[in-house]
Design a protein around this ligand. Structure first.
Ligand SMILES: O=C(O)CNC(=O)[C@H](CS)NC(=O)CCC(=O)C(=O)O
Length: 288
């Protein structure tokens, strides 16, 4: 049975040190005989503001972060799914929030740009305007064949929208991935519930690698952690630690660690067979 690995990191604005964190996880996943490693959204960097993000962002072909992971994937013959930033093809003042599938030969086999941007202003909570630096993607990518099964690519805040997950399921996905950097308050309130809901309603595995901890020395931006893998029945089958009320920063966060779960496509088929979800598209609109 193939194993999926999720890796948890704490990216800063230094792609060099973030690459070191990621390469460590590649080694762990390789030693554990994983068939693929899933890394969080924005693994290459988390910048303190839009100007800095734009100045750090590099094209795929010249990004040492991306080239470093491509080499590691090839050397270990290990596919890597990783969130990065890429220059926007349409707007010179914006980047795209991009998810890459790097295959076991080190080639970029698929690329998805985040569709939904996180612009929120929560009273007493985070104020974030992703659209200040990021240009929205314009399309879903067809699920891609991998050693684990057919993987549908989505990112973080996309998790709040059931439609793209159902659309990818319709197109054949058996696994959905949501690399993330959830905020702590929204993570506590919604993270596990949303991941399990997407797994249950699409009857697919959900694989979600997450950023965890403070991203800057000023401690202004912090991510929730709790990377997890959920099976098609909604059961959490792998989980890493996170920022919980009772845990002090620096302990129990599983930063720089991986967790593993078997991906059993027979479970996908069985759940879909046992609980057929026959839609009433004669009554409400179908997803496309
Ligand atoms: O800033 C970067 O470079 C990486 N991007 C992110 O961290 C994004 C946009 S700020 N974060 C989210 O989408 C969190 C969603 C979330 O927390 C929720 O839906 O509750």
């Amino acid at each position: 049975m193939p194993l999926a690995a999720i890796g948890q990191i704490r990216s800063t604005s230094s792609p060099t040190s973030n690459l070191i964190q990621c390469l460590h996880l590649v080694t762990l996943a390789f030693r554990a005989s994983a068939s693929a490693l899933f890394l969080p959204e924005a693994s290459d960097y988390i910048a303190p503001n839009a100007t800095t993000s734009l100045s750090i962002c590099q094209p795929l072909a010249t990004s040492p972060f991306v080239q470093g992971l491509r080499t590691a994937a090839r050397t270990h013959s290990l596919p890597i799914c990783v969130g990065v930033h890429t220059p926007s093809p349409t707007n010179p003042n914006k980047v795209c929030n991009t998810l890459l599938w790097i295959n076991a030969s080190g080639a970029i086999a698929a690329q998805y740009d985040k569709l939904h941007l996180f612009d929120v202003d929560i009273a007493g909570g985070p104020v974030l305007k992703e659209s200040a630096s990021v240009e929205r993607g314009t399309q879903l990518e067809d699920p891609l064949a991998t050693p684990l099964g057919k993987v549908g690519l989505l990112i973080c805040f996309d998790l709040r929208f059931p439609e793209p997950s159902l659309a990818l399921r319709r197109r054949g996905a058996q696994i959905l991935t949501y690399p993330s950097a959830f905020t702590v308050p929204t993570g506590r309130a919604h993270w596990e519930t949303l991941l399990r809901a997407r797994a249950i309603e699409t009857q697919s595995y959900v694989i979600a690698a997450a950023q965890c901890g403070y991203h800057d020395e000023g401690k202004t931006r912090r991510s929730y952690g709790h990377s997890m893998i959920v099976d098609p029945w909604g059961k959490v089958v792998a989980e890493l630690g996170g920022v919980d009320e009772e845990i002090e920063e620096g302990s129990g966060l599983n930063e720089g660690e991986i967790a593993l779960a078997e991906i059993d496509l027979e479970v996908v088929e069985r759940v879909r067979r046992e609980v057929p979800l026959m839609r009433r598209t004669d009554v409400y609109a179908d997803v496309v």
